[in-house]
Design a binder for this molecule. Structure first.
Ligand code: S3P
Length: 176
């Protein structure tokens, strides 16, 4: 791993249901780093679920909370950590710049079919829609370029166990 990567955070980005949280847990175990989950941190600070934050205060308010954490990450972890983000973190230019500055950004990808399977029944206000697959495709199309321009590395998660994905990330980091 190069010195810059060793000094910074390992940051997982990607659409909902690409496994950022569960791969983050594996990655934290493999690297001996602490795991910081941005969504969990928002829920902890607000004392409400993501769904109720969206419902009561709206998406813009949620995005402010998200940006606030991304731009003040030192207060969460002084040591290089594994950071698992929410799928919409790339929507703001300020966040994209900040994430790249703070470490190595790894993009997790999956097909709309896999995303649908993995997110079904979960707490995702943006996918609470009569045609969730169409909604996933629409959001993916809007965000694809943002994910790609933010990441340093990319790993396809299709049909792979979390442990295998985490190992793949570690091996890509060796060559980074
Ligand atoms: C969102 C993704 C969610 C959560 C919120 C908004 C998004 O996180 O931050 O519901 O805009 O894609 P996950 O990607 O962990 O589901």
């Amino acid at each position: 791993m190069n010195p810059e990567a060793r000094g910074g955070h390992l940051i997982l980005i990607g659409f909902m249901g690409t496994g950022k949280t569960s791969v983050g847990i594996e990655l934290a175990g493999l690297t001996g780093r602490e795991l910081v989950d941005i969504d969990n941190e928002i829920v902890r600070r607000q004392g409400r679920s993501i769904t109720s934050i969206f419902k009561i205060f709206g998406e813009d308010y949620f995005r402010e909370l998200e940006s606030d954490i991304i731009t003040n990450m030192e207060s969460l972890s002084a040591e290089p950590a594994v950071i698992s983000t929410g799928g919409g973190v790339v929507l703001r230019e300020k966040n994209r710049r900040e994430l790249r500055r703070q470490g190595v950004v790894v993009l997790l990808t999956a097909t709309p079919e896999e995303i649908l399977k993995r997110t079904r029944g979960g707490e995702r206000p943006l996918l609470d829609h009569p045609r969730p697959k169409e909604r996933i495709k629409e959001l993916l199309a809007q965000r694809e370029e943002l994910y790609r321009s933010t990441c340093h590395l990319e790993v396809d998660t299709g049909g792979k166990k979390q442990r295998k994905i985490a190992e793949e990330i570690c091996s890509q980091l060796e060559q980074f």
